[in-house]
Ligand binder design. Structure first.
Ligand code: SF4
Length: 203
């Protein structure tokens, strides 16, 4: 072992000691992942009776390879145990692929909780990624809601973002007397680019 390995071990066990005796909530990054490939054993030790049972339906070699691929990918994308705990505490149970997508697109527990406070419910992993991809910040959503669109769905928000409908644009439309427009009409108005004309008629 190198001096760096020794230093790493000392730091790891010191953190564990602090966690155990002083700060139970301290996140200590694991050093290793231990995988139990099987519950079955070829040996017949007298001190153990696990060999009396034959567990069926264990993971195949290919499935274990997939587990290892997922672990490596999670590590590459910086998905930590603490991150997973935070996301689960926010009410989601994402798959490994979804967790990686969350990390790539900066979906955090704080973001999920803020979205819930805007009234968005039953958010799925793909909703969260879509909202992040389209830059839907919660402050922006609140501004749109305050302009008379309280019951926005994820699809509504994504559509508004795609078509460049902003709070400023809605205020501008309303200042021209175009109040109570549906979201579709707002998008049409944005697409037509005729907001500054004096006479606007929707059929
Ligand atoms: S103690 Fe049990 S699990 Fe371990 S080698 Fe012996 S039989 Fe196998």
């Amino acid at each position: 072992m190198t001096a760096a390995d020794n230093a790493s071990l000392v730091a790891f066990f010191s953190q564990l000691a602090v966690k155990r005796w002083l700060v139970p909530g301290l996140h200590v990054r694991p050093l290793v992942a231990e995988l139990f490939l099987t519950e079955n054993c070829n040996l017949r030790c007298k001190s153990c009776n696990c060999w009396l049972e034959n567990t069926k339906g264990e993971l195949t070699t290919d499935e274990w390879k997939n587990v290892l691929r997922q672990l490596i990918a999670l590590k590459i994308h910086g998905v930590t145990g603490e991150y997973i705990r935070q996301i689960r505490a926010a009410g989601l149970q994402p798959t490994p692929d979804e967790l990686m997508a969350f990390r790539i697109h900066h979906v955090t527990a704080d973001y999920i909780n803020e979205l819930k406070q805007t009234g968005l419910r039953n958010l799925k992993a793909q909703d969260l990624v879509a909202l992040r991809i389209h830059g839907a910040e919660t402050a922006w959503i609140r501004q749109i809601q305050a302009l008379g669109y309280a019951n926005l769905s994820v699809d509504n928000i994504v559509a508004l973002r795609i078509h460049g409908v902003t709070p400023e644009f809605i205020r501008d439309a309303q200042s021209h007397g175009l109040k109570d427009l549906s979201l579709d009409k707002l998008i049409q108005l944005k697409q037509l680019g005729i907001l500054k004309t004096s006479a606007i008629t929707f059929i």
